[in-house]
Design a protein around this ligand. Structure first.
Ligand code: MG
Length: 389
């Protein structure tokens, strides 16, 4: 018997209310819809490749700071805590969190910008929409259907996160609280760990951030319990406190808004125009102040900019080379393009909706799926002056 909806709050997403999957499948004897979606995400190749993808600081810089995958795990565990406390659908929150960055290309936001530039005249590139394309089409794991055949609610979260509601999702109404929680927790996780990583790599010092309101509150809380701590212990305790302040703030304010807006059902969530998940005014402003600092001092740090320009060069060069010489593509991307081109043999197994992808889109799909390391190796292989293969 699949898990029931009994313990959920009235405003939580319920299994019985799911719009289900595009291709009909029979129920599993004891795993619920969202539990199966979670496992499909974890077993996907896009999920595994997040190990080798840059979050903000280049994945190969050292072994201590966050990668896309460890960021995802932090978001997932915090989001589950929030979901449990608010009695939201924890399984759904977990799968949305695990999937939320699956569409990120290599080299962090620099990679996304580079691919968006490449596709400027062809609809551009957005990592959330690519994430949806990835789970709908590009993952090849089941003979019965393309992609992972995820539930409507999990697929909807990609589109909501992008802020672009495509026609398929417009009838759903306002976003689910489960997806909104993951968005808010994503900001908690990256604001906190980007600060932690930048301190750890000595891009900045504790003295640089002591004036920030949020850091001051965190340090005051730590010092109220420990009169003096050595610098490393102080940093770790301060980071833990920063997380706690934000998570508690998110829980309190979201619970307040749910009550204030009389949200007593899923239908009320779907029709509520107000933003229900968020931070109250002082904390929201403090987070903005921290984010402005990170933009100025961390995301524009020379080491980060070096990675940005390197990633940009690697991806744009690979794009140009592969579009000019598609025979250099490996078999599967080549097959995808083949559906729309007569000089190559089309493979009948591919569904019609994959066919017709332009070469430019196929090359971008291929590049976006790469890890930083693989992109770098491909760049060296294609542009090395050595004649060795
Ligand atoms: Mg994220």
């Amino acid at each position: 018997m699949a898990e029931s909806d009994d313990l959920l709050a009235p405003y939580a997403m319920r299994l019985t209310a799911s719009r289900g999957r595009h291709y009909a499948e029979s129920d599993h004897p004891f795993r619920s819809l969202y539990q199966r979606d979670r496992e499909r995400i974890v077993h996907s190749s896009a999920f595994r490749r997040m190990t080798g993808k840059t979050q903000v600081l280049v994945a190969t810089l050292n072994d201590h700071h966050r990668t896309r995958l460890t960021h995802t795990l932090e978001v997932t565990q915090i989001a589950r805590t929030v979901a449990r406390r608010l009695r939201l659908n924890e399984d759904l929150v977990e799968v949305i969190a695990l999937a939320h960055d699956i569409g990120h290309p290599p080299y962090g936001h620099a990679g996304e910008q580079a691919l968006d530039d490449c596709l400027r005249d062809r609809g551009g590139f957005n990592h959330n929409l690519y994430g949806l394309r990835r789970v709908d089409l590009l993952e090849e794991r089941y003979p019965e259907f393309p992609g992972l055949n995820l539930t409507f609610e999990v697929r909807e979260a990609f589109v909501r996160h992008a802020g672009i509601v495509t026609p398929e999702f417009t009838t759903a109404g306002q976003p689910l609280l489960e997806g909104e929680v993951v968005d808010a927790v994503d900001s908690i996780a990256y604001d906190t760990h980007d600060l932690d990583d930048a301190l750890g790599l000595e891009f900045i010092t504790l003295a640089d951030v002591e004036e920030l309101d949020l850091v001051q509150s965190a340090l005051a809380a730590v010092r109220s319990r420990h009169a003096a701590l050595p610098p490393y212990a102080l940093r770790i305790a301060m980071i833990r406190e920063l997380l706690a302040i934000q998570v508690n703030g998110l829980l309190d304010e979201t619970a307040r808004r749910i009550t204030a807006n009389r949200i007593d059902s899923l239908a009320a969530v779907r029709s509520c125009q107000a933003e229900l998940v968020g931070f109250a005014e002082p904390l929201a402003l403090q987070k903005q102040q921290l984010e402005a600092f990170l933009r100025e001092r961390v995301y524009r740090h020379p080491r980060v900019l070096q990675m940005t320009s390197n990633g940009n060069r690697v991806l744009k060069s690979l794009y140009g080379e592969l579009v000019a010489h598609p025979h250099l593509l490996p078999e599967r991307p080549l097959r995808r393009w083949a559906g729309s081109d007569t000089i190559l043999t089309p493979v009948p197994l591919l569904p019609n909706r994959v066919r017709g992808s332009s070469l430019e889109r196929v090359v971008t799909d291929y590049l976006a799926g790469m890890t930083d390391r693989f992109a770098q190796a491909e760049y060296q292989r294609l542009f090395s002056t050595s004649v060795d293969p």
